[in-house]
Design a binder for this molecule. Structure first.
Ligand SMILES: Nc1nc2c(c(=O)[nH]1)N[C@H]1C(S)=C(S)[C@@H](COP(=O)(O)O)O[C@H]1N2
Ligand SMILES: [Mo]
Length: 195
């Protein structure tokens, strides 16, 4: 019911009918929410004053406290506690380059050559990603990445799409790094812990 949220019933994607896997003939799209809420293969829509009582609405896409396994959740009705539902997504970031199968030539000339690391980041609820940082030394120091927000916000200022990030490092830096991590920030100052 909130016009700023751009919720839609989609029957096409990129100019083609949805494939069966992705919800043909019609599915819900709820930008900024977890995929689990975007019900596929719609047959009817029920407008109701209370939450859906669908099995999947309750038994999937919840984050329960760590001591609660599925058995305990059922025994003690943890599934039905509304505070554990996942709706809006949290801040997330991913390294796509370098990738697992990438091979870099290593010699005296190449180690000081620049190398562009890349990836994407997104948050939930239409919150803009405002910062992405990479560490090559286990979180001691962080490099601030360049951000590419190809998407324009909607007229309520919401960003639904991921943004791309990139940062130039030296091949040598990659070579000596024991662990490489990325973290993002959004406009509400949510960020990711360096574990
Ligand atoms: N009817 C129906 N819709 C569903 C599901 C389902 O099991 N049944 N799974 C949901 C979950 S958990 C996800 S992550 C998305 C995945 O669909 P996508 O890969 O097309 O985004 O569909 C959602 N819609
Ligand atoms: Mo999912």
């Amino acid at each position: 019911m909130d016009p700023s949220r751009d919720i839609m019933f989609a029957y096409m994607q990129n100019g083609e009918l949805l494939t069966p896997d992705h919800g043909f003939p019609v599915r819900v799209i709820i930008p900024g929410f977890i995929g689990g809420r975007m019900v596929k293969w719609l047959k009817r829509v029920i407008i109701a004053p209370q939450e859906s009582d669908s099995h999947y609405h309750y038994m999937d896409n919840r984050v329960l406290p760590s001591h609660v396994d599925a058995e305990l959740a059922s025994a003690e009705a943890w599934w039905y506690k509304s505070e554990y539902i996942i709706n809006e997504l949290n801040i997330n970031s991913v390294i796509t380059t370098s990738g697992p199968d990438e091979i870099l030539p290593i010699n005296a000339f190449t180690t000081q050559m620049p190398y562009t690391m890349k990836g994407y980041a997104y948050s939930g609820g239409g919150r803009k990603v405002t910062r992405v940082e990479v560490t090559l030394n286990g979180g001691e120091t962080w490099l601030v990445c360049a951000l590419d927000h190809s998407e324009k916000p909607n007229k309520y200022g919401k960003y639904w799409c991921w943004c791309f990030w990139s940062v130039e490092v030296e091949v040598l830096g990659l070579l000596v790094a024991k662990e490489i991590s990325v973290r993002a920030w959004d406009e509400s100052f949510n960020t990711q812990l360096k574990s």
